[in-house]
Every structure is written in structure tokens, then in C-alpha cells.
Design a protein around this ligand. Structure first.
Ligand code: GAR
Length: 207
């Protein structure tokens, strides 16, 4: 059984999708052993508690810079013996020292079809605001491995979602979550835990 550690910062609906998938037997070969939040009051912590999942708070604001914060996260991941680290609405960019310690063992869900609307500054509602500003007719979500390039790691799964007239960023965010994120994140986690993901020359192959 692989130990899955989930990093969160907010509401934790993607964490909930993982918990639901786990409880209905859809995640083969792994289980969520710890949730780590960068924010003390994050609702994601309540979700973990409700399902008897261990949680820890490592508050970003208590650390002077990204390097010391990343060292604290790395120490916690090592303590938790993480086999897979999932960024599920984790809003902090970690130093490459963490990525180097967990190569192709960290994945992130991003609310757009990478390489569109991604990179530094594109997070949460911002992504959907930009997609609407550009007038794209299709958007979606991406699950990718985390590398030192922000949102630039090898793509594991993607799912497209239609933009509809009258969409606000909030409406679009909800549709992208429901139709894409909550589906492809548990699928990608399960594929990883079943050892079905292979990375060659920055491309992910599903075995
Ligand atoms: C999700 O839409 C997730 O894709 C996004 O933040 C939201 C978190 O929601 N993540 C990013 O933008 C990361 N670049 P949640 O806390 O309810 O899962």
C-alpha cells in the first residue's frame, strides 16, 4: 500500500473527491495517510477530521521564505513516509529541493488545459477569469507531475469542459471541478498507486 500525502490550502473539494474515491474502492494500491495544510483554518482540515485522516498544519505565514518553508514540508513528508504527494488546491510554490527529493512522486491538479492559463499567478478563480477574458470555448483541468517549472511538469491526464454563455468565473470554476478535476485527480492517483504511470523524455505513458 502506498502512502498518499495530500497538500491543501483551502476548501478541499479535491481532497473530498479523493476521500470519496478511496471509500468507494476506486483507489487501488494506496491510501491517504496524512493531509498537510498551509493554512490553519482551511476547511480541508475538517474534511480530513470527519474521515479520521491524520492532518498537520504547516502554516506558510510562520516561515520567513520559501526555502525554510520547503524544508519544513520536506521534513514532514519524510516523517510521513510519503510515496505520493498530491497538491489538491495547494497554493504555495515549493522550492525545488522538495521536487528533487520526490521526483515524479508529486502531482498537481490545475483548473485549465495546460499549457493554457498556467504558470506563476494562475491559481484558483484567477484561471477562470483569464479563460473568460480570452473568450475560449473549451477549458478543463490537468493533472501533471510537479517539477521545478511551475505547472510545467509531464501531463498525466486532462479533461475538457465547455464554456457556456453567461458563465461567471465562479460558475465556470464549479463546472470544471465537477466535470473534470474531481474525476481525473482520483484517476491519476489510482494509476500512480497501481504503478501504471511511466515517464520517458518528459512524456507520461499509461501502462
Ligand atoms: C481547484 O480548482 C484547484 O484546481 C485549484 O484551486 C482549487 C482548489 O479547490 N488549484 C490551483 O489553481 C493550483 N494552481 P479545492 O481546495 O476545493 O480543492
Amino acid at each position: 500500500m502506498k502512502n498518499i500525502v495530500v497538500l491543501v490550502s483551502g476548501g478541499g473539494t479535491n481532497l473530498q473527491a479523493l476521500i470519496d474515491a478511496q471509500e468507494s474502492g476506486k483507489i487501488q494500491g494506496g491510501r491517504i495517510t496524512c493531509v498537510i495544510s498551509s493554512k490553519p483554518g482551511a476547511y480541508a482540515l475538517e474534511r480530513a477530521k470527519k474521515h479520521n485522516i491524520k492532518s498537520r498544519v504547516i502554516a506558510r505565514k510562520e516561515y520567513a521564505d520559501s526555502v525554510v518553508y520547503s524544508k519544513a514540508i520536506l521534513e514532514a513528508l519524510d516523517e510521513e513516509k510519503a510515496d505520493l504527494v498530491v497538491y489538491a488546491g495547494f497554493m504555495t510554490i515549493l522550492d525545488e529541493l522538495v521536487v528533487k527529493a520526490y521526483p515524479y512522486k508529486m502531482m498537481n491538479v490545475h483548473p485549465a488545459l495546460i499549457p493554457s492559463f498556467c504558470g506563476k499567478g494562475y491559481y484558483g478563480l484567477r484561471v477562470h477569469e483569464e479563460a473568460l477574458k480570452k473568450g475560449v470555448k473549451l477549458t478543463g483541468a490537468t493533472v501533471h507531475f510537479v517539477t521545478e517549472v511551475c505547472d510545467g511538469g509531464p501531463i498525466i491526464l486532462q479533461k475538457a469542459v465547455e464554456v457556456q454563455s453567461g458563465d461567471t468565473p465562479e460558475i465556470l470554476q464549479k463546472r470544471v471541478m465537477e466535470q473534470a478535476e474531481w474525476k481525473i485527480l482520483p484517476q491519476a492517483v489510482s494509476l500512480f498507486c497501481e504503478d501504471r504511470l511511466e515517464v520517458k523524455d518528459d512524456i507520461v505513458y499509461i501502462k
